[in-house]
Design a protein around this ligand. Structure first.
Ligand code: KIV
Ligand code: ZN
Length: 515
């Protein structure tokens, strides 16, 4: 019997720490349901001490998911651990993940604490967490740059205090695979009570080594990997779940363990996370990129037609590419629509919401005859996006483009319920439309990203637009989708402006104090 490799997904916590990737509670629930279908062992749902909204989102995920362990992050202090315990009260399988930095630079510059104070604080927090659940994880933040002797001391102490999972983070993505593998091996060998905990790793991708480091750790005894869908996460991101899972599955000759992941859900959840966060997946991304299984060169095609193993080491359908199929059309009824959405993990709180979604579906089916799963996901995401603090609402728009004339646009918006019309001219219709929005609602924000993606193929495909606005150090993303990319662009811009105007007082887990 091979060992089990526990998959701990932190898309909803570390993934959400990507600038602009913040998700509403409703979006988190949709993703959590899909993670449960993927058979992820542990879902880190968030950091309840960050804000009342974050607390609420963790509580809702804990209420919804039954099959996966639901984990909440807490800095090593009494308030954070208490809030994590409260948010997890309804969870079927709750886990508290508490952490404190252990590298010399973090202890001195960030915490301003001595190593022994850090050790005491860690032990106190683990003990407190154990009062509300038997499943407690401890992380020495920045372990990759911590002194191995100190790591051994603190980890032995927290295991004695009741930690059941010891997670070793390479917080700044600094280590090399051979070095990280050896670190894991030596911790397991040197810590006297290491057999009483599962060793886990959490690698960041600053040098593009997050997956390589995680796999090196697995080869050296780690039996939990922390990862995110599409490798989303702080700065360059975390180790990507799909790459780790498929590497372990494809190279069973190398790995002494395997996961329980249902890999056929990988591509659909990758699409969902991309659509919710507005972070596109690069075409050449392993496993989930549009080109991952496409063969361009004639020689490759020839080889694949004769025997697919010549150039393919995995089957596209095993990671869910076949799920990308026509599901509904213009004549599909309400029942087929509701059933397909339920299969995608999308449920409605009320009949009114379901009726509204069905009306939007019929609208879309009139413009676009073939409706794919991705279209349905976008239909719901787009609606959720436009509900976030609707200070501004797009009522109608008109854009003019004719050769030899300056493109122009006229936009009607409501601002706090009052209808206003704005006009603009620009270098293209998108530019003109954005100027028209600014004419109605001047904002001193800077547009730092504008990207368009087609959701499915064909010129009638919906375009999904993401924009990122920055103001006084705060970054927000806005999304919009429509069969017309100018309309999608305006929806995305209005959505970002609404988010910028919304309340924001989230505490970042890694930037503030511990006690
Ligand atoms: O990167 C990191 O160190 C973290 C910890 C909170 C585990 O995300
Ligand atoms: Zn992290």
């Amino acid at each position: 019997m091979k060992d089990r490799l526990i998959v701990f997904d932190t898309t909803l916590r570390d993934g959400e720490q990507s600038p602009g990737a913040s998700m509403t509670a409703e979006e988190k629930i949709r993703i959590a349901r899909q993670l449960e279908r993927l058979k992820v062992d542990v879902i880190e749902a968030g950091f309840p001490a960050a804000s009342p909204g974050d607390f609420d989102a963790v509580e809702k995920v804990a209420n919804t998911v039954r099959q996966s362990v639901i984990c909440a992050l807490a800095r090593a202090n009494a308030r954070d651990v208490g809030l994590a315990a409260d948010a997890l009260e309804a969870a079927a399988q709750p886990r508290i993940h508490t952490f404190i930095a252990t590298s010399p630079i973090h202890m001195k510059e960030k915490l301003r604490m001595s190593p022994s104070e850090v050790l005491d604080q860690a032990v106190l927090s683990v003990k407190q967490a154990r009062n509300s659940t038997d499943d407690v994880e401890f992380s020495p933040e920045d372990a990759g740059r911590s002194e191995p002797d100190f790591l051994c001391r603190i980890l032995e102490a927290v295991i004695d205090a009741g930690a059941t999972t010891i997670n070793i983070p390479d917080t700044v993505g600094y280590t090399m695979p051979s070095q990280f593998g050896q670190l894991i091996r030596s911790l397991i060998d040197r810590i006297p009570n290491s057999d009483r905990a599962v060793f886990s790793v959490h690698c960041h991708n600053d040098l593009g080594l997050a997956v390589a480091n995680s796999l090196a750790a697995v080869l050296n005894g780690a039996r939990q990997v922390e990862c995110t869908i599409n490798g989303l996460g702080e700065r360059a991101g975390n180790a990507s779940l799909e790459e780790i899972v498929m590497a372990v599955r494809t190279r069973q000759d190398v790995f002494p363990c395997d996961t329980l992941i249902d890999t056929t859900h990988i591509v659909p959840i990758s699409r969902l996370v991309s659509s919710v966060t507005g972070f596109p997946v690069q075409p050449n991304k392993a496993i989930v990129g549009a080109n991952a299984f496409a063969h361009e060169a004639g020689i490759h095609q020839d080889g694949v037609i004769k025997a697919r193993e010549t150039y393919e080491i995995m089957r596209a359908e095993d990671v869910g590419w076949s799920a990308n199929r026509l599901v509904l059309g213009k004549h599909s009824g309400r029942r087929a629509f509701t059933e397909r959405l339920a299969a995608l993990g999308i449920e409605f709180d009320s009949d009114v919401e379901r009726d509204e979604a069905f009306a939007r579906f019929k609208d879309l089916a009139d413009k676009k005859h073939e409706i794919f799963d991705e279209d349905l996901q976008t239909l719901v995401t787009d609606r959720a996006a436009s509900q976030v603090n609707e200070k501004l609402q797009l009522i109608s728009m008109m854009a003019n483009l004719s050769s030899g004339k300056m493109p122009s646009a006229e936009i009607v918006l409501t601002v706090d319920g009052v209808e206003k019309t704005g006009r603009g001219e620009g270098d293209g219709v998108v530019d003109a439309s954005y100027k028209a929005v600014q004419n109605v609602f001047p904002s001193d924000s800077e547009l730092v990203l504008y990207s368009v993606n087609n959701i499915t193929s064909g010129t009638d495909s919906q375009g999904e637009v993401s924009v990122r606005l920055q103001r006084e150090g705060r970054i927000v993303n806005g999304h919009g989708a429509d069969t017309d990319i100018v309309v999608a662009s305006v929806k995305a811009y209005v959505n970002a402006l609404n988010r910028l105007e919304g309340n924001y007082n989230q505490v970042h887990p890694q930037l503030s104090g511990t006690v």
